[in-house]
Design a protein around this ligand. Structure first.
Ligand code: HPA
Ligand code: ZN
Length: 344
């Protein structure tokens, strides 16, 4: 019999081959130090680091804000359409190597428009990368525009206005950046305006913020999924509600570890989430900063909390059922997961 305990090489190969979607990945967070240097050179930008090793050494964070400060600085090398295309393609190659077949990627337009990079430049570059990834790697993808919650509601409305010519290229909008002090309620009106335009709504909630922010996200903003959601477990009634509604949680284990949301991976709540019946998924968040892409998130967590083969199949299925693919596409993708599991 094949050994499918989480520590074995067979298990790793099984998870690598398992068709999976990634639903929580900030494209700016996939900027590897090597590409950061290359783009800085291409665009005549001087980085405050002398080497790739120096950049990596700076990636020691004690909370979300520590990380965000460095992440926004890194994104400053992205100037041209080609930069955004190269960034996206580099990510899709890593995803394909990990057995990822679909991604719904976040981007932060305000990080770029505030530096004088046109909204159109960002869109054209990312869309070109997505198209090439589908053609050459067979990876499908969708785009989710995130509003930076440390900025104003007015700025979010201006961004939504800029997005209007691109609606057919956007699956949804989300909320990211500094969570505490910027509850979902601050953006309830702009998110409703986005919904009226036919866009799906997601929000980071319960990463560092309290369960109250997750309640707001579901009851006031009526999100289609919750990004992270870890702190929802502190509230039994909230957990029960998320189970009852079948709300997808896009959980990011290595991110939680690097941003000190958990002291070590062996106490990560992912396994508990699954046993409670929550629709958890595994994602990399900002893989260039947090030390692992999609597969590494599955394997490191599997090793730490003892995910079984059945657990990872459930996680892969959740990644498709929780996606913004059509119902027909979801059924096809889930059938592929089942066929793979039956054959291996
Ligand atoms: N949390 C909030 N905002 C972010 C993150 C994150 O993990 N990554 C990029 N923007
Ligand atoms: Zn995130």
């Amino acid at each position: 019999m094949t050994d499918t305990t989480s520590a074995s090489a067979d298990f790793a190969n099984f998870v690598r081959g398992l068709p999976k979607a990634e639903l929580h990945m900030h494209i700016e967070g996939s900027l590897e130090p090597e590409l950061m240097f290359e783009l800085a050179q291409r665009n005549g930008i001087t980085l405050p680091y002398g080497s790739v090793d120096e950049i990596r050494a700076a990636y020691a964070f004690s909370n979300l804000q520590d990380f965000l400060d460095i992440y926004y600085q890194g994104a400053g090398v992205l100037i041209t359409e080609a930069d955004f295309k190269d960034l996206a393609l580099a990510y899709f190659k890593r995803l394909a190597a990990d057995g990822g077949t679909h991604a719904e990627i976040f981007f932060d337009p305000q990080t770029h428009t505030d530096r004088g990079v046109a909204f159109e430049t960002v869109m054209k570059g990312l869309l070109a990368g997505m198209k090439e990834a589908e053609e050459t790697l067979g990876v499908t993808s969708k785009l989710i525009l995130c509003f930076l919650r440390h900025l104003s509601e007015e700025s979010a409305f201006e961004t939504l206005e800029q997005a209007k010519p691109w609606l057919s290229n956007l699956a949804g909008v989300g909320l990211d950046s500094s969570e505490v002090g910027h509850p979902p309620a601050k953006f309830a009106r702009v998110l409703q305006a986005a919904r009226d335009l036919g866009l799906k709504i997601v929000a980071h909630a319960g990463e560092e913020g309290p369960p109250a922010y997750v309640w707001e996200a579901i009851d006031l903003v009526k999100v289609d999924r919750i990004d992270h959601g870890n702190r929802a477990l502190e509230d039994e009634a909230l957990t029960a509600r998320l189970v009852k509604d079948g709300t997808t949680l896009t959980v990011c284990p290595l991110s939680n570890l690097k941003l000190c949301g958990v002291p070590s991976l062996d106490v990560h709540p992912l396994k508990t989430m699954l046993s409670l019946g929550l629709k958890a998924t595994v994602n990399s968040d900002d893989p260039a900063y947090f030390g692992g892409y999609l597969l590494e998130n599955y394997l490191a967590t599997a090793g730490a909390v003892g995910l079984t083969r059945e657990d990872v199949v459930t996680l892969a299925k959740n990644s498709f059922t929780g996606s913004f693919l059509s119902e027909t596409e979801k059924a096809e993708r889930v059938a592929k997961v089942e066929a793979y599991a039956a054959a291996h």
